[in-house]
Design a protein around this ligand. Structure first.
Ligand code: ACO
Length: 380
């Protein structure tokens, strides 16, 4: 007998212990290492949050300065990878580019890990290398295809600043820097989501750090997971007015289409990250065209709640924030990667600390035992 649909997606299944985050837990909500997401998004920088996730505690002033210097020093992309990036098609999916760049870095700067050992220091060094590296590699590929690459290292001491500086070839405003910084904080970690779980499964076999990150990027790529922010942007842009959006959404719901950027496996009536990022979309919407887009998004939100009791997840209003920051839509999901490397890395280190091969059982629904027929006796 087939499993029911819920059980097939491991919904409600507790698949392991973690001390990294809570998602929608009663009395806690979304926390990273015990700190509420609301406080982190209000007070911290992404670098503080990445340090918190990977090291397990908030940095002191000098820890943070050291960490920022490390991230700055790790912005470089090795020459062989620049050569490969130059050869990749202009119309490649940026997620494929990022996945490939991280994979090749694992060949050039491999993890110093002998079988069955957990060299946590080296793992943490790779984690902090991969965050700025992924921003540099992605934007080098993008700029060499679509604009001019002037330099790959910006000297910016924040990941948000580095990304925006490279993309727009000038230092961003403080407001733009902080808007992206907050979105990186919100995207950094989310317990046993699909990509993190993929990283943990890969890690559980004793594989290396880069392989686990590559598995996670490959998993995040799908539209039901990270890819939803790009789909949400395309949806919002497809309407010219809130009324048109309402009619369009009702029509799509009638056809049982999925509306990207809505719903969540764990949250049942709201995503705590959504209001934080929506406030930034409100703050950044200044031009008349942007104000219209925001009102289209708000109408979609209203209709989704009325019709389906579904609420926007982080991806919906993040899409608008990125759009208002002049980030091309096809770079939205890669930004999710740059941020989530911090959470994935924390999980890889945690999985190794108390490793057990992740190997569940399957519910068999195939045929009963069949007699083996010689090839001459088989019918088409
Ligand atoms: N649009 C329309 N209907 C939806 C949506 C949606 N976005 N989400 C759920 N539903 C409906 C389903 O069709 C289903 O209806 P039914 O019972 O009539 O068949 C019901 O709500 C339950 O949905 P499931 O797919 O069973 O819920 P599940 O927990 O498996 O899915 C998921 C969660 C994948 C996030 C889903 O809500 C979805 O596909 N959303 C759109 C994609 C998206 O935004 N992903 C981003 C996730 S958050 C992140 O990665 C940061």
């Amino acid at each position: 007998m087939k499993m029911d649909h819920e059980a097939a997606g491991l919904a409600q299944v507790i698949a392991g212990d973690t001390a990294i985050s809570t998602v929608g837990k009663e009395g806690k909500g979304l926390t990273y290492r015990g700190y509420a997401i609301e406080d982190l998004a209000q007070e911290a920088s992404f670098e503080e949050v990445a340090y918190l996730l990977i090291e397990g505690k908030l940095p002191t002033k000098s820890d943070l300065k050291k960490y920022q210097d490390t991230l700055k020093a790790d912005q470089a992309v090795p020459d062989p990878i620049l050569k490969i990036l130059n050869e990749l098609p202009k119309l490649a999916d940026p997620m494929d580019v990022l996945r490939s760049a991280c994979s090749v870095l694992g060949v050039i700067e491999p993890e110093n890990k002998s079988h069955n050992t957990n060299n946590a220091n080296n793992a943490k060094q790779i984690a902090s290398r991969l965050i700025p590296f992924s921003a540099s590699a992605l934007l080098y590929w993008y700029l060499s295809n679509f604009a001019k690459v002037k330099q790959i290292e910006t000297g910016e001491n924040s990941i948000a600043g580095h990304f925006l500086h490279l993309l727009h070839d000038k230092a961003p405003t403080e407001e733009a820097r902080r808007a992206l910084d907050v979105s990186l904080i919100l995207y950094a970690e989310h317990e046993f989501n699909a990509s993190t779980f993929a990283a943990r499964v890969c890690t559980s076999t004793g594989s290396d750090f880069y392989s686990a990150i590559v598995a996670a990027i490959a998993t995040l790529r799908g539209p039901l997971h990270g890819g939803a922010n790009e789909a949400a942007m395309k949806l919002i842009e497809s309407f010219k007015s809130p009324d048109e959006a309402e009619a369009g959404i009702l029509e799509r719901l009638q056809r049982h289409d999925l509306i990207m950027g809505f719903g969540h496996r764990v949250y049942k009536d709201h995503d705590p990250r959504s209001n934080i990022i929506k406030a930034w979309a409100n703050k950044l919407a200044r031009e008349p065209k942007q104000v219209v887009m925001l009102s289209i998004a708000e109408r979609i939100e209203k209709v989704m709640w009325q019709e389906k009791h579904l609420f926007p997840n982080l991806d919906f209003y993040s899409a608008l924030v990125y759009h208002f920051l002049n980030i091309p839509t096809f770079l939205f999901t890669p930004i999710f990667v740059i941020s989530r490397i911090s959470g994935w890395s924390a999980h890889i280190v945690e999985q190794r600390e108390n490793n057990k091969l992740i190997r569940p059982l399957a519910n068999y629904i195939g045929p009963d035992l069949l007699p083996y027929l010689p090839i001459e006796e088989r019918k088409g």
